[in-house]
Design a protein around this ligand. Sequence first.
Ligand SMILES: N=[N+]=NCCCCNC(=O)[C@@H]1[C@H]2[C@H](O)[C@@H](O)[C@H](O)[C@@H](CO)[C@@H]12
Length: 447
Amino acid sequence: MAIIEFPKEMKWGAATAAYQIEGAALEDGRGLSIWDTFSKTPGNVLNGDNGDVACDSYHRYKEDVQIMKELGINVYRFSISWPRIFPAGTGEINQKGLQYYHNLVDELLENGIEPMCTLYHWDLPQALQDQGGWENRKTVDAFADYAEQIFKEFDGKIKKWITINEPWCVSFLSNFIGIHAPGFQNLKLATDISHHLLLAHGKAVARFRDLKVEGSIGYAPNTEWLEPFSSKQEDIDACNRGMGWFIEWFFDPVFKGQYPHFMLEVFDKHGAAPAIQAGDMEIISQKIDFVGINYYTGSVGRYKKDADLFDLEKVDIGYEKTDFDWNIYPEGFYKVLLKIKDQYGDIPVYITENGACYNDEVENGRVKDQGRIDYLKQHLTSLKRAMDSGVQIKGYLAWSLLDNFEWAEGYHKRFGIVHVDFNTLKRTKKDSYYWYKQTVKNGWFDM
Ligand SMILES: N=[N+]=NCCCCNC(=O)[C@@H]1[C@H]2[C@H](O)[C@@H](O)[C@H](O)[C@@H](CO)[C@@H]12
C-alpha cells in the first residue's frame, strides 16, 4: 500500500499523566487529590482500582526514560501532580515533590528528550475541592499561583507547557455526566467550572508572559468527530451542536474571546449559562503559542428531539471498535483538524494524545497488539492528509507510553505501547512499540 512520509522536523513523542503512572500517592509529602478520594469511594472505579502504586514511575522513571530513549522519541509529555507540590493546594511547598520533577526533567534532558509539561491533568488537590474546587473562583487564582511557582522553578529546563488537559472532561465528564472525579451531575456547575478552567488557563498564560518564561505555552482540549447520518439539515445541525460541546465551547473563548452563541442558547435553555465577570474573556483569549489536540474517536449522529442536550443521538452503524468500545474513525481525525484550522486559523498544533485501547496480554514475552498498530497507521495517515491540506502539525505524541490507570476503568483498559504487569510492575515492549520506533526512526511507514 501507500508510503506515508512526514517532515524531518516533525517532533515524535509519547504522553502520560501523573496520577495515571506515578504511584507513591502517600510518599514524600504528597497531598491527596480528588482522584485519591474518588477512586477509594466504592463503585467509582472498576475493580476498586486506585493510583496508590500505578506504574510506580515515581521510583522507576529512570527505567521509563531508557525505554523512551530506545524508542527514539524526542519529546515526552508528562504532567505535574499539583498536590505533590502544594499538598494543601496553596501555601507550603513540598520540596521533595519539586525534586522528583527535577530528577525526571534532568533525566530526560540528559537523554536528549524534550520535556512537555502539563500543569493540570485532573488531579486537583483534595484540600481545594473541600473549599468548592473549580466551582470556587479562588481555585482559579490558586492554579495561577501553582503555575507561577512551577514556571519559576523550571524556566529554561522545560520549554513546552500545557496549562489544562481536556477542560471538557474536567468540567462536563466530571460534573455533569459524573463518571470522573469529583463525580457530580449538575449542568450549571459544569458550565461554571468550564468557564473557571478557561480563566485558569488564561491567568497561567498571563503569569507565563509576565515572568518572560522561555518557551511556548498552550492548552490541550479533547476533540471528537460527529458525522451526520444523512445530508438532512437536521442531522447536520445536530452534529454541529454536539461537536460545539467539545470544540466551539472551548476554542471560541480562547481564539475569539467569546462563547459561541449557539452553545450559550443550549445551556441557557437549561438555566446553565456560566457566570462570567467583566474582564474574564480578555484574560481567557490572550494569545497562545500552540494548541494541543487530543483525538481518539468519532461517531455518526442524527437528529432526535430531546435525545440529549443537543437533540442528538449517536447511531452505531458498525464501525470497528477498540477494546474501549470506541469507534475506530480516522476520517474524523482528518476532518476535525481541518475544521479547527478553518475556524481558528493557522495555529501550530501538537497532537498531544492519540491512541487506542487494546487489552492484549504478554504471551511468551511478547505482546501482539496488531490492532493498535493498525489504529496508529490509520490515524497517522489521516494526520498526513491534514498536513498536506495545510494544517501546521508540529508533533505527534502517542497515548500512551505505558499501560496505566485509565480513570474510571482502572487498570483493565490498556492504552500503552509498553505493557505493564501491575502485579510485578514489569514493563514489556509491545509490537506497537517496535512499529512506532521504526516509524519515528524513518519518518515514514508503509500503510
Ligand atoms: N465515546 N467516547 N469518547 C471519547 C471521549 C474521550 C474522552 N477521554 C479522553 O479523551 C481521555 C484522555 C485523557 O487525557 C487521558 O488521561 C486518558 O487516559 C485518555 C484515554 O481515555 C483520554
